[in-house]
Design a protein around this ligand. Sequence first.
Ligand code: EPZ
Length: 417
Amino acid sequence: MAKLIVEGGRKLKGELDVQGAKNSALPVLSATLLCRGESVLHSCPAISDINASIRILRYLGCNASMKGHTIVVDSSNMNRSDIPENLMAEMRSSIVFLGSIISCTGQAKMYFPGGCELGPRPIDLHLSALRKMGVSIDERYGCISCKVKDKLKGAKIVLPFPSVGATENIILAAVLAKGTTVISNAAREPEITDLCEYLTKCGAEIYGAGEGTIIIYGVESLKPAEHTIIPDRIVASTLMACASVTGGDVTLNGIIGSHIDAIVPLFEEAGCVVKIKDGRLKITCPERLKAFKSVRTMPYPGFPTDAQAVMMSVASVAMGTTVFVENIFESRYRHIEDLTRLGANIKVAGKVAVVEGVRKLFGAKVSAKELRGGASLVVAGLSAEGTTEIEGINFLERGYEELEVTLSNLGADIRKV
Ligand code: EPZ
């Protein structure tokens, strides 16, 4: 298995373009099923979750190919409505295809997405919403079989939790449904807004994306469109974390400042200077960071759970104490055992983790257990004295495009073997 070897202590300096957002490209790829014809998507990240989605689209009968960061999808010849277990197992977020497959074929068959490394990943909110829109769903043997008698119909749906995936599946089911759908307590993540921008270009009638209530008026049909995916705010946060633990001075191109409003103040509290202008972010970091007081993960626009792990690595080497509260996922602290192996001082009690910053981390052999936890080990390795070996980098490759190349270009001593 490939692994990353990091020699810590090198300052990061330089400039780079931030990759397109994985969590926007995935639902947008699902949405291309709804428009018969050729859609062109720019700024798609070259990562394994995107490759998995392209395999699913091809399995469903679409023409899908990626050249550089542009994906062209022609769903005119879609001829299947099921996703086989092996393709579902490759990527948990393949559940985001459910709404669009039902919407364009009147049926769908897929498997419960693999529980993933963040604890159980229930889809009860997705299924109860689809039932309200007229879908009959049979859940047996780990398989979900969906059928709509005639057409999906609009419904009033109140989400008990602003689930990102459930919001996306409801939107994908509602745009071609009969009548109006109102989603209350909808997720407000920028990736939802980006999905709705693509669908609006295709002719959908969606109002309120990015707010708590989204209204969708079903239309007869959608036409394909060209769209550029928004930059990945979690990758940007990860790169800022890498710069901050190395006393670096890094410029990130392609930033939407409002998407990282909950992140930037933490770096400033830690003593970094962050300047954002015309889509470029410059972060200049001190030799020694001061601890930011607390991090509570919340639905957007609160602090994103996907940035919790990398910020924990920053807190691990800052002066002072930081309290983390993980409110979104049940077990999203699996990186703590490996950070501890590197010398971090972290105490966990349920969803609370207290980090006492230490002067130095020391390189060791560690292994990634999931995507963002793996990224936190890279951040820690860049700061640690000596050599850090990171296994399980297949997790990293799900969401980060050649992270070791990106970091080497900024002066890090990191290589994949
Ligand atoms: C999306 O996952 C993202 N994935 C996750 O990013 C991100 O962490 C998460 O949103 C929260 O922002 C993609 O967009 C592909 P949720 P999703 O539904 O849709 C519970 C990454 O690192 N829940 O908002 O699965 C669930 O168990 C990934 O890029 C239910 O109980 O997130 C979790 O505790 C990791 N029932 C919470 O809600 C449901 O039916 C948030 O889940 C659905 C969710």
